[in-house]
Design a protein around this ligand. Structure first.
Ligand SMILES: NC(=O)c1ccc[n+]([C@@H]2O[C@H](COP(=O)([O-])OP(=O)(O)OC[C@H]3O[C@@H](n4cnc5c(N)ncnc54)[C@H](O)[C@@H]3O)[C@@H](O)[C@H]2O)c1
Length: 419
């Protein structure tokens, strides 16, 4: 899919020969020619000026038109951690972006950063809407000319999913169905879907390939697997181009320090290990709790595959480039290298320069010893390889943002489009 946003869209009408002949003027007085020529040029100039003024005025919505050479991507959940980084990358690559988010977990501050970076008309719009509201979703699709959808929006905490399973099936499975139905109804032909290694559950054999049986063990993984199944079944009877990306553990943030990961404080208890590392380094929590030191791994702690968000969004752009009608591409997105929790803790200490206190506790029920990917399929088919595989470096970049944004993006503000 072409990412091009044409730099020059002059469409000057070409002249077949040197003179303009208007009806009835072919045999006219040659002295009148300049007069007609001036009138024509003036009319053309006025028309062009009117078009420009119309386009610049708020009445003209570039987002509702397909412009040749411009790919318009709907980024659901674009106010969240991964979605905002993806939107930044797409905008830098000259895509047109619409973010739809209900801000239940994302940050308007992240959207504001993007709006300030890309203020030109027709680059970025934000629509506040809940994907559970099918009427609102349909309205969005009928008012906007999307070429592709990157569907990130989801609640995404394994622990929380065991406490509120119905919320997860609604938010992940049912909402994906709503998005898919809207895409089908409005002829949007490309979908890049955010899935997860949690759909594999506890495989016996490592590394995990795309052929590893998917036997998810928590509502989060199950809801994502159901959403994948719905997408795959639908794609069998449609010409939609689908890419399903199964991410491993995402860490890091924008190397230029514009965006970061800022989950809501109330989600801390369900949080991810990188968030816990920074919270401990900032003194928000007393220290890190490592659960389980007697796993059958080299140092007894769990092994995970940490993928930097910059690499992850690169995989999305490559997936968009390679998406083919009537085809479903399924890819693991990981580094292929497992890192132990102990290694992670050491990297966290080194990246933050803080002597983070660590408490070693007994195993947490439901945690599996080892999870890491075999990324050879995405390496060979999409020409994608993780570049940022130094834990300390990825955490160091994220830590810089955390340190300069101790309150995250601050208070959400109003003043955006509502669906
Ligand atoms: N972070 C990871 O390690 C990881 C790993 C594997 C997969 N994923 C997947 O990546 C995607 C993005 O995750 P993230 O870490 O950026 O999470 P996040 O919570 O930071 O972002 C999710 C965004 O979706 C929005 N959202 C949620 N429900 C919505 C709804 N009903 N309508 C509109 N917007 C809604 C939230 O407000 C938030 O902005 C999710 O689909 C998640 O399952 C994440």
């Amino acid at each position: 899919m072409s990412p091009m946003f044409p730099a020059n869209r002059n469409r000057t009408p070409s002249r077949a020969n040197g003179s303009w002949s208007l009806p009835g003027s072919e045999y006219g007085d040659s002295r009148k020619k300049p007069h007609y020529l001036w009138r024509f040029l003036l009319t053309a100039l006025l028309t062009a000026a009117c078009i420009i003024i119309l386009k610049q005025s708020s009445g003209y919505n570039r987002f509702s038109h397909h412009d040749p050479g411009v790919t318009h991507v709907l980024v659901t959940g674009g106010a969240g951690y991964i979605g905002s980084h993806a939107a930044l990358r797409l905008l830098r690559d000259k895509y047109r972006v619409t973010i739809v988010d209900n801000l239940s977990r994302g940050n308007m501050g992240a959207v504001k950063v993007l709006q300030e970076m890309f203020p030109e008309p027709g680059r970025l719009q934000f629509i506040f809407a809940d994907l559970g509201d099918s009427k609102a979703v349909n309205k969005i699709f009928s008012e906007n000319a999307f070429d592709a959808v990157m569907h990130f929006a989801a609640v995404a905490y394994v622990g929380e999913s065991t406490l509120e399973p119905l919320r997860y099936y609604h938010n992940i499975t049912a909402n994906t169905l709503t998005v898919l139905e809207a895409m089908a109804a409005h002829g949007v032909k490309t979908l890049i879907y955010s899935s997860t290694c949690a759909t594999y559950g506890q495989p016996e054999k490592m590394p995990i390939t795309e052929e590893t049986p998917q036997v998810p063990i928590n509502p989060y993984g199950k809801a994502k697997k159901m959403a994948e199944d719905i997408i795959i079944d639908f794609s069998k009877r449609s010409n939609m181009a689908v890419m399903i990306l199964r991410y491993f553990n995402v860490i890091g943030s924008d190397p230029d320090g514009r965006l970061g990961e800022a989950p809501r404080p109330e989600l801390r208890e369900h949080g991810r290990i990188s968030g816990a590392c920074f919270d401990a380094a900032l003194g928000i929590i007393p220290g890190l709790k490592v659960r389980g030191t007697d796993y059958e791994t080299a140092d007894g702690t769990c092994i995970r595959d940490y993928i930097d968000v910059t690499d992850l969004v690169d995989a999305h752009v490559k997936a968009l480039d390679h998406a083919m009608p009537k085809k479903v591409g399924i890819y693991n997105v990981g580094t292929g290298k497992g890192r132990s929790v102990k290694e992670f803790v050491e990297a966290c200490k080194a990246a933050t320069g803080m002597d983070v206190k660590v408490e070693y506790l007994s195993r947490r029920p439901g945690d599996y010893a080892e999870v890491y990917s075999d990324p050879s399929k995405i390496n060979s088919e999409l020409n994608w390889t993780a570049q940022r595989t130094d834990l300390k470096e990825s955490l160091g970049i994220a830590w810089r943002w955390q340190k300069s944004h101790p309150k995250g993006y601050g208070t959400p503000s109003v003043g955006f489009l509502r669906a």
